[in-house]
Design a binder for this molecule. Structure first.
Ligand code: FAD
Ligand code: PYC
Length: 413
């Protein structure tokens, strides 16, 4: 190494900024406390400061930044949902994604690949056509394509008719993308902290009390603090934390597993999903195949990996890409998905005044990080539910106004 470079590295004068400002002590009281330092909680914190000038905010995270589902997901971003409420909401998120790296000053590796949802039956073709029509009506780029088009878009897919479930067509969504999930959390966290917001890791909320005066007291493993307003954004722990606050959520917590292969030469451009085979796959910039399937068949608060999952997933992968028979799985993991009855999120008011909920993100919430953060920040700042999230209120279940996205949420559940 040249001596000049070495000297430069050790010169105090050229000390670079720390990525995150130094942590501050936990105060007794904040205007806003956000429970959960995943992408959603951090995005809400960031937009509270950037859009509303609210910075007396603490984000409490029981582990480390993005130690929940934010850094466990398979980073698929798309807007080809079935309901108008869902499609418009996710479409707005995609609009925000496109300028997010520039805004946060971090390379999110946002990469538009195109998204193919394969149809292996007449019923799946009908649903794909339905989704394409809803999408087109709302100005979302999405269409039903046949086998010839699939062969052009992804020549590697096995289009043989001599398989269990031959491919008949697909819903094609050209803007479908992937991104670097942990960078999303770091970018929002840094932006929020530079505006004066505090992020407290290793700080777990263990109890919640509402005071007569209106403030909310949070018990934590580091003592009690009070907040004027609380935002709950704890994904897989949503029901448990809501229970501490004294209300019930219609949510079941179910493990969702995923895995990656060893790095392979780039061969797979689009993201490929098959509901019938319970498999989806994309190829990351470093060549790994990022693969997943359906949720585990039972609720559980555990992030263990199972051989059963890998075996089934690989059987389906080989049906679509038989030439991968010698590829190796490098690592496997799981997150806890908070599943709602209609496969749509829960955002907005709760039975407790000034206690807002951001939950029910199951297997689909990463793509919503920017738009959800923005809407939750608006709700927190104004007390009014933004139009974009009105359909997703907790109250909808009491009114039987579900936002049914089962077929569009991810692979089969
Ligand atoms: P999290 O990142 O889980 O953050 C919640 C945080 O709250 C955690 O860090 C947790 O430690 C903290 N917390 C919990 N309890 C407490 C407490 N009592 N006190 C303090 N902190 C607490 N979505 C997509 O859009 N596309 C995908 O391709 C996709 N793939 C997925 C693949 C897998 C394997 C999994 C598991 C999920 C996938 N998802 C996907 C869903 C997505 O990951 C989540 O919906 C999203 O990350 C939720 O973000 P969040 O910030 O709400 O949750
Ligand atoms: O939301 O597109 C999605 C998704 C794919 C896999 C898990 N979630």
């Amino acid at each position: 190494m040249p001596l000049a470079l070495l000297k430069y590295g050790f010169r105090r004068k050229y000390k670079g900024d720390k990525y995150f400002p130094a942590a501050r002590p936990l105060k007794d009281t904040y205007d806003v406390v956000i429970i959960g330092g995943g992408g959603h909680g951090l995005a809400c914190a960031y937009y509270l400061a950037s859009d509303w000038g609210i910075a007396d905010v603490a984000v409490l995270e029981k582990g480390w930044l993005a130690s929940g589902n934010t850094a466990r997901n398979t980073a698929i971003i798309r807007a080809n949902y079935l309901t108008p409420a869902g499609a418009l909401f996710y479409e707005e998120s995609m609009r925000l994604w496109r300028s997010l790296a520039g805004e946060l000053g971090i390379n999110l590796m946002y990469s538009e690949r195109g998204h193919l949802t394969l149809a292996h039956s007449d019923a799946a073709l009908r649903t794909s056509r339905w989704r394409a029509e809803v999408n087109q009506h709302l100005g979302i780029d999405s269409e039903l394509v046949g086998r010839d088009e699939i062969a052009k878009l992804c020549p590697e897919i096995n289009l043989s008719e001599e398989v269990r479930y031959p491919v008949l067509g697909a819903l094609y969504h050209p803007p479908g993308a992937i991104a670097r999930h942990d960078a999303v959390a770091w970018g929002y966290a840094r932006g929020a902290m530079h505006s004066g917001i505090e992020i407290h890791q290793q700080t777990e909320v263990t109890g919640i009390k509402k005071h007569v005066g209106g403030s909310i007291e949070l018990e934590t493993n580091r003592g009690s603090i009070t907040a004027g307003t609380v935002v709950q954004a704890v994904a897989g722990m949503s029901s448990e934390v809501a229970r501490m606050a004294g209300f019930k959520l219609p949510i079941r917590s179910i493990p969702l597993q995923a895995c990656v292969s060893e790095p392979l030469k780039p061969f797979l451009d689009p993201i490929v999903v098959s509901g019938s085979l319970h498999v989806y796959v994309s190829q990351s910039a470093r060549g790994e195949l990022v693969m997943g399937g359906a949720t585990d068949p039972y609720p559980l608060y555990s992030t263990r990996s199972t051989l059963d999952f890998t075996e089934r997933l690989m059987a389906s992968m080989l049906e679509l890409f038989p030439f991968l028979e010698n590829a190796k799985v490098l690592r496997q993991w799981a997150g806890i998905a908070d599943m709602t009855p209609d496969f749509s999120p829960v955002m907005g008011l709760t039975p407790i005044s000034k206690y807002y909920i951001d939950a029910g993100w199951g297997t689909w919430g990463f793509k919503a990080t920017p738009v959800c953060g923005k809407c939750m920040a608006e709700l927190t700042a104004t007390g009014k539910v933004p139009d974009l999230i009105r359909s997703f209120e907790l109250e909808r279940f009491g009114r039987m106004e579900q936002v049914g996205e089962r077929g569009a949420a991810a692979v089969g559940h």
